[in-house]
Design a protein around this ligand. Structure first.
Ligand code: GLN
Length: 495
């Protein structure tokens, strides 16, 4: 058997059930890989004791023949998920020292399914960013490099630690969250698979809120089968989240037949952006050809409001963030600034928030407060809400016309260098989300699948967007694409 930490969830599961390995052995292999990968800065809190304890319990269950679906499989958890007794900081200074007394529903469900938590993963502060550079822990690093260069590259963001850890085989899979692309963009930058399910599929309870009408959790995995396995464990109805859908969760893995004959795949003309790199254009065309070869019908479609998606997102997301982040005031959680003599409660709030929040978070709070303020509410926030409805309607129209899934690039480029995009021009960073934010605004499921390498040897991903609640069907189309693309490349180990 290959090194245990390099296995997929499905391979490890099958090996465990055949008695070829143990959860303790798998967990120890991952813990050793994590120890050797400090240079990637992917894990920000390690929990080896918890991991080994859960692994031993999993082995006992496997022995007794009463093993749930993910029994014994070691995974990483994004720092945005509250985990009982374990630091959960959303990569922010303001949550320094915060150890929740409760467990997020999603991480609890994964534990109930038998998964073993190895630790918490790096991310952009409060999930705001596309490069993992806004983290209070410093950036995670992409295990991939351009050709023979040693320029450190971003693993993407905000789930950059999750992406780096899965791509570098530090864990078998990881959780991510996606508000505007934070699962799909880092998955594409690191050659792994990531799915954001339909809004409402996974409970948001116990996940630190960024923009509540857009946030969704999802799996980041080595392949599509693993995404199906892990998504099933993560989703389901939760009475503690009023936006969680009361729908049955199908066996997603059983839906992976690879048969997509007769499916209609839409190619949206508005996603053909000016200045799109030729390599991305080619990847997209090749992807469509592969789906056609597999028996799907390729149809040109129009999503006319696409060009308004980014500005709409960058009004709605900061508006919701400014409201959600009002609770970090130095009173109830984490960091509180040292006060000078004579300082009152206002100074305490101001100093705590100025010290505790990084630049990007402060920018979002200010933008959000502005677009919600009395004089500008209608011009910005209300208008953005209306445009959001139109964007959603664009998708409803094409699905009503019989389209089963939509194929687009996942990102407008391959992974870029750390420090290449500056704080002085945040819009440049925001442009990373151009293909992904529409999906969050419309509440739809979207999956990123690695589909090729660019000329410098970096992975590129394609995105498939599906009908609401039809993640199983979407994953099956992704599975067909994965098989046709045959992406098996791995980053060369330098860390
Ligand atoms: N990059 C986007 C942002 O900064 C998306 C982040 C996310 O999906 N959490 O808002």
């Amino acid at each position: 058997m290959s090194e245990l930490n390099t296995l997929t969830l499905a391979q490890a599961r099958d090996a465990l059930r055949k008695g070829e390995t143990t959860s303790v052995a798998l967990t120890e292999a991952c813990l050793a890989a994590i120890e050797g990968a400090g240079a990637l800065n992917a894990f920000v809190h390690k929990t080896p004791e918890i991991a080994l304890e859960r692994a031993r319990a999993a082995d006992a269950r496997l022995q007794s023949g009463d093993a749930p679906k993910m029994c014994g499989l070691p995974i990483g958890i994004k720092d945005l998920f509250c985990t009982r007794g374990v630091p959960s900081q959303a990569a922010s200074r303001i949550l320094e020292g915060f150890k929740p007394e409760y467990e997020s529903t999603v991480s609890q469900q994964l534990a109930d399914a038998g998964a073993v938590m190895l630790g918490k993963l790096n991310m952009d502060e409060f999930a705001m960013g596309s490069s993992n550079e806004t983290s209070c822990y410093g950036n995670a690093v992409n295990p991939w490099r351009r050709g023979n260069e040693d320029t450190p590259l971003t693993p993407g963001g905000s789930s950059g630690g999750s992406a780096a850890a899965v791509a570098a085989d530090l864990c078998l899979a990881a959780t991510g969250t996606d508000t505007g692309g934070s699962i799909r963009q880092p998955a594409a930058f690191t050659g792994i698979t990531g799915i954001k399910p339909t809004y409402g599929r996974c409970s948001r309870w116990g996940i630190v809120a960024f923009a509540s009408s857009l946030d969704q959790a999802g799996p980041m995995t080595k392949d599509v089968r693993d995404a199906a396995i892990m998504l099933e464990a993560m989703c389901g109805h939760d009475p503690k989240d009023s936006t969680s859908a009361d729908l049955a969760v199908p066996d997603f893995e059983a839906m992976l037949t690879g048969d997509i004959r007769g499916k209609k795949i839409g190619i949206p003309r508005e996603y053909r952006m000016d200045g799109m790199p030729a390599e991305i254009e080619k990847l997209w065309t090749d992807g469509a050809a592969m789906l056609k070869e597999a028996g799907a019908q390729i149809v040109d479609i129009s999503l006319p409001h696409t060009k308004y998606a980014l500005p709409t997102y960058y009004v709605i997301a900061p508006a919701e963030a400014s409201s959600n982040l009002a609770r970090y005031d130095g009173v109830r959680y984490g960091h509180r600034a040292k006060l000078a003599k004579g300082d009152g409660i206002t100074e305490m709030y101001e100093k705590t928030r100025a010290e505790g929040f990084g630049h990007e978070v402060q920018r979002r709070v200010m933008v959000g407060t502005y677009v919600l303020s009395a004089g500008f509410y209608d011009a910005y926030y209300n208008r953005a809400r209306k445009v959001r409805t139109l964007i959603k309607k664009d998708f409803e129209d094409v699905f009503a016309a019989g389209i089963d899934a939509i194929l687009t690039p996942a990102t407008p480029s391959a992974a870029f260098g750390l420090g290449e995009m500056t704080d002085a021009d945040p819009v440049q960073m925001y442009l990373n989300d151009v293909f992904t934010v529409t999906v969050n605004l419309a509440g739809l499921p979207g999956v990123a699948v690695p589909a090729g390498l660019d000329q410098q040897g970096l992975p590129l991903g394609l995105q498939l967007i599906g009908r609401p609640w039809e993640e199983g069907d979407l994953l099956n189309t992704a599975y067909a694409l994965e098989q046709a693309a045959g992406f098996l490349a791995k980053p060369g180990k330098w860390w």
